[in-house]
Every structure is written in structure tokens, then in C-alpha cells.
Design a protein around this ligand. Structure first.
Ligand code: ZN
Length: 128
């Protein structure tokens, strides 16, 4: 049992996942701080000095803190946007590698696909 667990925990993808979770957690705190300490006061200022976390409606005895809800949505949108930018830039870095070095070319006489190093077409026997 213990050995099985060790094998499971030591697998590369589990470690990757753990690192992702830890980095994600730390990153989430940065985003939360950015939103709570920088963006929301600015937005509050623009809206005439209201603080979002204080926005609430009291219905009988229930307090509906919709300001916190708005803040959570803004948090989410920012996190999603940052992740989108990260994924997009990573995809851009990957693409040139994948498209590098073609291994085939087209025969100019019969338009069939032949290996790039071929000097004679295997289909129409033309000199390439
Ligand atoms: Zn050919």
C-alpha cells in the first residue's frame, strides 16, 4: 500500500499538478490583492467613492452583500484573462517548433508527394 502510494505520488504528472496547485494558489493571492487593493478602490473612485465590499442590501434581517459578489466576478474575469494571455503566448512559442523542417516536397511534374532528399521522383521517374 505504502509503496503504491509512493509510486503514485512520485509520478511526474502528480508532481506537476502539485506545483501547479501551489503556484496557482499563490498566483490567486496576487490577483486577489491586485483586485482588492488596487483595482476596486479605483473603480470605486470612478463610481463616486463607493467601496464595493460595503455594498449591500438589507432585506428584513438578511444582508445581501452584492458588492462582494461583484468583486468575485471581477476577480474571476481578471484571472481568466491572465490565463488566456499565458496560454496564448505559450501556444505562440510552441508553433514555430512544430512547423519546422518539412520532410516531404511536391514533385513539379506529377505533383505527388516525395521525400525531401529524393533526386528522382518515385512516381513519374523525373529528375528533381
Ligand atoms: Zn513525379
Amino acid at each position: 500500500m505504502l509503496k503504491e502510494f509512493k509510486d503514485f505520488a512520485m509520478r511526474g504528472n502528480v508532481m506537476d499538478l502539485a506545483i501547479a496547485v501551489i503556484i496557482g494558489g499563490a498566483f490567486g493571492k496576487i490577483i486577489a490583492s491586485l483586485v482588492n487593493d488596487v483595482l476596486m478602490p479605483l473603480i470605486g473612485l470612478l463610481l463616486g467613492g463607493i467601496s464595493f465590499s460595503n455594498l449591500s442590501v438589507t432585506v428584513n434581517e438578511a444582508v445581501i452583500a452584492y458588492g462582494l459578489f461583484i468583486q468575485a466576478i471581477v476577480d474571476f474575469v481578471i484571472v481568466a484573462f491572465v490565463i488566456f494571455l499565458l496560454v496564448r503566448s505559450m501556444n505562440r512559442m510552441k508553433k514555430p517548433e512544430a512547423a519546422a523542417e518539412p520532410t516531404t516536397k511536391e514533385c513539379p511534374y506529377c505533383f505527388s508527394t516525395v521525400p525531401i532528399k529524393a533526386t528522382r521522383c518515385p512516381n513519374c521517374t523525373s529528375q528533381l
